[in-house]
Design a protein around this ligand. Structure first.
Ligand code: GTP
Ligand code: MG
Length: 610
């Protein structure tokens, strides 16, 4: 029995949790925090959320269909086998349609899988165990249709919000705080996004279950730590399923295991095997890339049925516990995640972060900077507790030791954290954002390190330009890769942002008021500025060309007038487009030689789906 079940059973909550797990439609928000009126259980723990998500994935299938209107027939067909909790529809980047079906029990899902057929006519193709299936057109009479009361829970549920629409909504907000909240609400990873990521993890678990005993594939990072946006990547770790059952001395039959010696070597070989399996045995996995000589060897791949880019590593439980810590900090106060979202978005817009690895800061240390700022004791009080405080309050059941003896013990149940340890400061998001930029604009990066363990700046142990203490391994710096130049850029960008935000709070509202000026990409900002009303004198209008006074304008005259009018504008537009081109090129996906592996298996399906 897992630690979680034991804890909950002891406190008499097992029925509540079971109900929660079986509840047919659990929205993403209900998993972010419990109803605050339930004082004794105000916060859900990370383990509870993960348990529910993993359980959902074990009861779910993702089925490729012909279109959204296949819903009725699919519902009718599957309900012959089992009770359906709900169906979500989405499209991938290739425009293909999928339905994620959640069944009531895992047994009924197994029954459905036993009834699945494979494609008989193509001998080159081998059917693969997986929760990803496709729905074949019926050769004879149609299956019974869904009753009129059954509906899709989400249509096109994986689509990211249109940026123009988002900026329109942000423009119309009443306050900067509303803008920050709206940006979070509209761009956070939604329920379907999380479900699909757990399905991708479950798919790997099914493949690896035949090779390893008690194996688990767990998502970590932004997909599960509460700071993920729509389209974020999926970090996965392959590890032992850590339950008390496995170390129970009363269980006398134990699996033999194969000892591997020689440091990182055996892990690299495991990951090589994983790479092969991904290419040959995992449907939807494409562009497999092995990065085996890194400190933590990883295999990257793209999952084309769900449009998720995945990074899979081995036995990195400290990454999972780090995600748990971030999840807990995010759930303690409702302002933490919106503020971090804004800061992450601003950093991407001004080019401080970049989706490729390099000598710049990344989202994870940036999030630690936000948490650290929220720990500071201002005249209004602080918002988040130090990690030291959570460690001091840890109980026996909070003990966790990760690989390489990394101690990941800290209080995990936020319900027993006294109220005076958090949310003391009642400032709104606008004030907090401005204070965030001001705080780092005057931070002594040369002498001090950012340390959420202490909740206050500490002396830097070395001369690296940026020092952010790794909360779970305090002798390490999570921003050791950041160069002097990038650190200088960080300093100057926080100063600019503080100035820009403060200046925008006075006087009339310009077009890029509030956070708009902070989160627009520099290149498009230039183009938009050029096209804005304030610059209308520089735009070419037909009226300008055919001025009332120019009655008998010759062709040559018209050309020179046109040239004169367009000269400045064209030059500037060219510059803006050139900048955009550079960015576009940076964003282009690398092509891998094994692109076609999954497509091969896939090609037979065309024209045969309902
Ligand atoms: P995005 O992928 O950018 O949305 O954010 P992310 O939080 O998922 O970051 P990333 O994919 O870079 O890393 C995934 C997780 O690995 C993080 O959330 C951390 O838990 C962990 N992690 C990242 N960098 C470090 C590091 O330098 N040291 C340690 N110990 N863990 C790290
Ligand atoms: Mg990530």
């Amino acid at each position: 029995m897992s630690l979680l079940f034991q804890t909950i059973k002891n406190t008499g909550k097992s029925q509540t949790l079971k109900k929660l797990i079986r509840s047919p439609i659990s929205s993403c928000k209900c998993l972010l925090a419990r109803n605050s009126s339930d004082v004794s259980r105000k916060f859900l723990s990370f383990d509870e959320v993960v348990l529910q998500r993993r359980d959902e994935a074990r009861r779910s299938l993702v089925i490729q269909v012909n279109s959204e209107s296949s819903f009725s027939e699919l519902y009718g067909y599957c309900s012959n086998y089992a009770t359906i909790n709900g169906i979500h529809h989405y499209k991938n980047a290739g425009g293909e349609h999928f339905m994620l079906i959640e069944f009531n029990t895992e047994d009924s899902l197994k029954e459905i899988l036993q009834s699945c057929s494979s494609h008989q006519k193509d001998n080159d193709i081998m059917a693969l165990q997986s929760p990803f299936l496709w729905f074949r057109a019926s050769p004879v009479k149609k299956d019974k249709l869904a009753s009129s009361s059954s509906r899709l829970i989400t249509k096109n549920g994986n689509a990211a919000i249109d940026e123009d629409m988002l900026f329109g909504e942000l423009t119309n907000c009443a306050t900067v705080s509303d803008q920050i909240q709206l940006l979070y609400d509209r761009t956070m990873l939604n329920d379907l996004g999380i479900r699909l990521r757990y399905m991708v993890a479950r798919q790997l678990e099914i493949v690896f279950e035949s090779l390893y005993a008690n194996i688990a594939v767990r998502p970590f990072g932004s997909s599960v730590n509460g700071f993920g946006r729509m389209g974020c990547d999926l970090d996965l770790v392959l590890s032992n399923n850590l339950t008390d059952e496995m170390s129970d001395a009363n269980k006398r039959l134990v699996y033999q295991d194969k000892k591997s010696e020689g440091g990182r070597g055996p892990w690299q070989r495991h990951m090589e095997l994983v790479g092969e399996l991904l290419e040959l045995r995992v449907v939807g996995a494409t562009r497999v890339q092995r990065i085996l000589h890194a400190r933590v060897p990883i295999v990257k791949y793209a999952h084309e049925f769900t449009d998720v880019d995945c990074d899979l590593c081995y036995n990195n439980m400290s990454g999972v516990y780090m995600s748990e810590l971030l999840w807990m900090y995010g759930s303690l106060d409702p302002r933490v995640r919106p503020l971090a979202f804004l800061v992450r978005r601003w950093a991407a817009a001004v080019g401080l972060t970049n989706q490729h690895p390099g000598r710049w800061i990344t989202n994870f240390p940036l999030t630690l900077m936000v948490l650290f700022f929220l720990q500071q004791k201002t005249s209004n009080g602080f918002i988040l507790p130090s990690l030291k405080n959570l460690v001091n309050r840890a109980r026996k059941q909070d003990m966790r030791i990760a690989e390489e003896n990394v101690n990941c013990t800290f209080l995990r149940d936020m319900n027993i954290l006294p109220q005076e340890c958090y949310s003391q400061n009642q400032s709104n998001l606008e004030t907090l954002l401005l204070q965030f930029f001001e705080y780092y604009a005057q931070f002594d990066f040369q002498e001090k390190a950012i340390c959420i363990n202490e909740g206050r700046p500490v002396r830097k142990p070395n001369a690296l330009p940026l020092y952010i203490v790794n909360p779970l391994a305090p002798s390490l710096n999570v921003s050791r890769n950041v160069s002097y130049e990038e650190c200088e850029r960080l300093k100057s960008e926080v100063r600019n942002a503080a100035w820009q935000l403060e200046a925008g709070l006075e006087g009339e509202r310009p077009d890029d008021w509030g956070v708009l000026g902070l989160i627009e990409k520099k290149a498009s900002r230039g183009l938009k500025k050029l096209l804005r009303v304030g610059n209308s004198h520089r735009l070419v209008s037909v009226k300008d060309l055919f001025n009332d006074n120019d009655e008998n304008i010759s062709e040559g005259g018209l050309r020179s007038k046109l040239q004169r009018l367009t000269q400045t504008t064209a030059k500037e537009i060219k510059q803006v487009l050139a900048n955009q081109n550079v960015e576009g090129k940076k964003d282009q996906k690398i092509k891998f030689k094994n692109n076609q592996v999954a497509n091969e298996v896939y090609r037979i399906r065309r024209n045969k789906m309902v």
